[in-house]
Write a protein that binds this ligand. Structure first.
Ligand SMILES: CC(C)(COP(=O)(O)OP(=O)(O)OC[C@H]1O[C@@H](n2cnc3c(N)ncnc32)[C@H](O)[C@@H]1OP(=O)(O)O)[C@@H](O)C(=O)NCCC(=O)NCCS
Length: 170
């Protein structure tokens, strides 16, 4: 297995239903740590019942990097009601940032999308999340439009960029 700096042993994989508690843990951590990066609100997230977490793990493509049985990075792939495939919930534990995990996981998500025959991916990002934007642009995502004053998990409003990746181009 390819090694990431200082993390000799890790796995990248999709979350399964029996792991819903670990999924709940990382989703709660990411909203607590980066409320300005996600639409979800922490109080609502804490009230989500176990059956909903189980369903989330069962019915969604949520990927993680696991190290020592702990989820340390995550990203999801979801189709919206218009049929557009979205990359969602991209987050690396602050302890592990800057070591290539985010890039590795997103490359994995892109390859999964490709094997599913998905031609285009989209995502939304708060304009102030500079590290995320640099990562997306370096992977080939291109800015399509901006929505102003979108509400985020910290209750504040920010401008939000919508990015698109044409898989045929990369
Ligand atoms: C965005 C995020 C997932 C990146 O995760 P990571 O594991 O640290 O990313 P990597 O180490 O793979 O870095 C990949 C690229 O991101 C960019 N990047 C990472 N950290 C950066 C920093 N501190 N400043 C500027 N760019 C940065 C760089 O382009 C980097 O590529 P490089 O190392 O070749 O220069 C992480 O910073 C994070 O969780 N941020 C908070 C949540 C968030 O904003 N999520 C996105 C929601 S849309």
């Amino acid at each position: 297995m390819e090694s990431i700096e200082n993390i000799p042993s890790y796995t990248i994989r999709q979350v399964t239903e029996p792991e819903w508690e670990k999924l709940r843990d990382i989703r709660t951590r990411l909203i607590e740590e980066s409320p300005q990066a996600f639409g979800d609100n922490i109080e609502q997230t804490r009230r989500v019942p176990p059956t909903t977490w189980e369903g989330l793990a069962r019915n969604n493509l949520i990927f993680v990097i696991e190290n020592d049985q702990r989820f340390i990075a995550t990203a999801g792939l979801r189709q919206n009601t218009d049929g557009v495939w979205l990359v969602t919930g991209v987050w690396t534990d602050p302890e592990y940032r800057g070591r290539g995990l985010g890039r590795k996981l997103l490359k994995h998500v892109i390859e999964v999308a490709r094997t599913k025959g998905i031609g285009c991916l989209q995502l939304d990002v708060n304009q102030i999340q500079i590290s995320a934007i640099k990562l997306y642009e370096s992977l080939g995502f291109e800015k399509i439009f901006t929505l102003e004053n979108e509400i985020y998990g910290d209750g504040k409003r920010y401008n939000q960029d919508n990015y698109q990746l044409d898989l045929a181009k990369i």
